[in-house]
Design a protein around this ligand. Structure first.
Ligand code: SF4
Length: 181
């Protein structure tokens, strides 16, 4: 998989969602989630469903979502239920996988990400790992899901580098990495 760093959200304006058939998916696969934001415009291009996964090993000082850290917290939800929430709003440009650390559940997220892509939507992934760390892991599930991503926002939140003016990011070390493969 290859990514290109972009500097501004205007470079992402082509990421949209055409109408299309609803493909099948392994609907009973379960994910542990903290919750959702329906109709976000702050977590990627267009209007998005944001899924906050449960569990995070990074423990960034100043984290805005500490309730997502405990891997035993949150609740289970099936991919079928998530798809139903997504399909309720035809204006969704795609889904954003946030957390928590979504890649703790990469294997379970992969069919959801593929489903959204087949549905014509885009997939944005937030991770507390840098792309270089993920590539060094060379984990099959993580590699597979990175191949499906349209936009990756990488790196931990660093309080000292907080910048409220950044689009889609909390701190200046985090990058917008557009998939080019
Ligand atoms: S990666 Fe995100 S959820 Fe995890 S501790 Fe850092 S800011 Fe919080």
């Amino acid at each position: 998989m290859k990514f290109r760093e972009v500097q501004g959200v205007q470079e992402l304006s082509f990421l949209g969602r055409p109408a299309g058939r609803i493909p099948s998916m392994q609907n009973d696969t379960l994910l542990r989630v903290a919750g959702f934001t329906e109709g976000s415009i702050a977590d990627g291009p267009g209007i998005r469903l944001v899924l906050f996964t449960q569990g995070c090993p990074h423990h960034c000082p100043g984290c805005h979502n500490p309730a997502t850290h405990d891997p035993a917290g949150g609740r289970w939800i099936s991919l079928g239920e998530i798809s139903e929430i997504y399909e309720k709003n035809p204006l969704y440009a795609g889904i954003t996988l946030s957390g928590g650390e979504p890649l703790l559940q990469a294997a379970a997220l992969l069919p959801l990400a593929r489903h959204i892509k087949e549905r014509g939507g885009t997939v944005v992934l937030y991770t507390g790992y840098t792309l270089e760390k993920l590539q060094a892991k060379n984990d099959k599930d993580i590699n597979d899901i990175l191949r499906v991503m349209d936009l990756l926002i990488d790196g931990p939140y660093i309080e000292e580098r907080r910048n409220a003016a950044l689009s889609y990011r909390g701190s200046e070390n985090q990058r917008l990495l557009l998939s080019v493969s």
